[in-house]
Ligand binder design. Structure first.
Ligand SMILES: Cc1cc2nc3c(=O)[nH]c(=O)nc-3n(C[C@H](O)[C@H](O)[C@H](O)COP(=O)(O)OP(=O)(O)OC[C@H]3O[C@@H](n4cnc5c(N)ncnc54)[C@H](O)[C@@H]3O)c2cc1C
Length: 439
């Protein structure tokens, strides 16, 4: 079979792999073929989790079917959240958790146990899954429920327990496909963190975009967005209340030369973005797409980072070490790291996935062009601090962390490995991520 070059969304570490796209009937043949394998959904993981060098990368995009049954959906794993929403929203059901893009598959959402802007209320995607049909290394298909250890090794297990074929997921009832929102500028990170703690009680969804280039009294100035699903009683809802018609208006031009995103261009962008937001709290009515998936308006936006690609660095620190958030932002600001997008969110209680990322506290995610001088060392220092404080790095975004941190970050790693020993003793399922980190 011809080999293909594949990477994650950050476009670093491009890898040669055999890409196959089986049907539900033929997928087990690949598992029986003896090669090492890893499942791949829409490749929105930023790093190297959804590709295996020298093995078979199994695209799940032929596995697509969907039906709504009461308040749940039964869905094949290659179905995207966009497809789920197009189908279920007109019937009054929304996905329980959505990431910042609708172009992820249900399989990818379970395997990374994704979180959204509502983690403080609703937990991760995995906490809404009723069962999973998993194709094991033996070729057997097993139905897993939350009472099974293998279920919680698979939720957040980064595809390393087998191929998720389908799942049943509880949905969120909504009266409209609009969001009732409040957006506002916040003068600095201290004020922001106070407001976000309060927002946990007042809002189902909250997220902040942070300017990591601003300094002094404006350190961490931000735009805070909070929202709830609008109800039919909202007089601003006009037309078909459940209409959902997401569009991609633009496609990013070819690769922008590396270096165009530098501290000057990023500072100018941040200034414009901050000024565009209302100075005082402003109520609005937004579409689902505008509120949850603004980046999806531009197809292939990852190309703006140039051929070198970019790193997304996402960590969580516990509430007891909340002061680490302003310290990290200060480091980016004083060392003039061109962080193009920085997002701060709250996490509620930790979930049951053995390798799930969220744990109670603060999560900061930043995008940095790859290859910027000095950044590797800065992130290594941050890793040390985050690990020392009981925090962790998100595996779905990682492409660079030192494997020696893994066991401290993920204290249930041994339990995860023992489940893998039972279902895949010869480690047929592996990815570049699992090999790099010795998972
Ligand atoms: C713009 C953007 C915003 C994002 N925002 C968020 C966010 O807010 N919150 C968040 O949690 N994540 C976020 N992400 C990350 C994304 O949600 C996850 O990486 C998700 O796993 C991607 O799904 P995918 O279908 O593209 O999976 P892929 O990237 O193809 O794969 C991701 C992992 O899932 C495994 N996998 C995929 N399908 C299966 C399957 N059928 N069976 C077993 N394993 C499988 C792969 O092996 C791999 O380990 C964001 C990504 C982007 C690009």
């Amino acid at each position: 079979m011809p080999l293909e070059l594949l990477a994650g969304w950050g476009r670093t570490a491009i890898t040669r792999t055999e890409l196959v796209e089986p049907t539900r009937e033929s997928v087990a043949n690949h598992v029986r073929s003896g090669n090492s394998l890893i499942a791949r959904g829409l490749g929105r993981g930023y790093g190297d989790c959804a590709v295996v060098a020298g093995g078979k990368t199994v695209s799940t995009r032929q596995l697509r079917s969907l039906r709504v049954d009461g308040g749940s959906i039964e869905v094949d794993a290659g179905t995207s959240l966009e497809e789920v929403m197009k189908f279920a929203l007109p019937q009054g059901w929304f996905v329980p958790v959505t990431p910042g893009t609708r172009f992820v598959t249900v399989g990818g959402a379970i395997a990374a146990d994704i979180h959204g802007k509502n983690h403080h209320r609703d937990g991760t995607f995995g906490s809404h899954v009723e069962w999973i049909d998993l194709l094991l290394a033996s070729g057997e298909i097993r139905r897993l429920t939350p009472g099974d250890r293998l279920f919680w090794a698979t939720v957040g297990g980064m595809g390393l327990t087998g191929i998720i074929l389908s799942a049943r997921v509880r949905m969120t009832p909504v009266e409209t496909a609009r969001m009732s929102t409040v957006n506002q500028q916040v003068k600095n990170v201290d004020a922001l963190m106070d407001m976000m703690v309060r927002a946990d009680y007042e809002w189902r969804y909250s997220v902040a975009w942070v300017d990591t280039m601003a300094t002094k009294g404006s350190l961490g100035r931000s735009v805070l967005s909070t929202g709830e699903h609008a109800t039919l009683s909202d007089a601003r809802v006009k037309g078909d209340p459940l209409a959902y018609e997401p569009r991609q208006r633009l496609t990013a031009p070819g690769f922008v030369p590396s270096g165009v995103l530098n501290k000057w261009s990023v500072r100018a962008f941040n200034e414009a973005w901050f000024r565009k937001a209302p100075r005082k709290a402003k109520k609005g009515l937004e579409s689902i797409t505008h509120f949850f998936h603004p980046l999806d308006g531009v197809a292939e936006w990852n190309r703006i980072y140039g051929r070198n690609g970019f790193i997304q660095y996402q960590v969580v620190v516990p509430d007891s070490h909340a002061s680490t958030v302003p310290c990290m932002i200060e480091t980016f600001a004083t060392r003039q790291v061109p962080v193009f997008l920085a997002v701060l969110k709250r996490f509620g209680k930790a979930n049951d996935g053995m390798l799930s990322f969220p744990t109670t506290g603060w999560t900061l995610a930043v995008d940095i062009p790859a290859g910027v001088d000095g950044v590797a060392g800065i992130l290594d220092e941050m890793d040390e601090r985050v690990v020392g404080e009981g925090g962790r790095i998100y595996l779905a975004k990682d492409s660079r962390m030192n494997p020696r941190h893994l066991a401290s970050m993920y204290p249930r790693l041994d339990e995860f490995r023992s489940v893998r020993d039972e279902v895949d003793p010869s480690r047929r399922f592996m990815s570049n991520l699992s090999q790099r980190l010795g998972l």
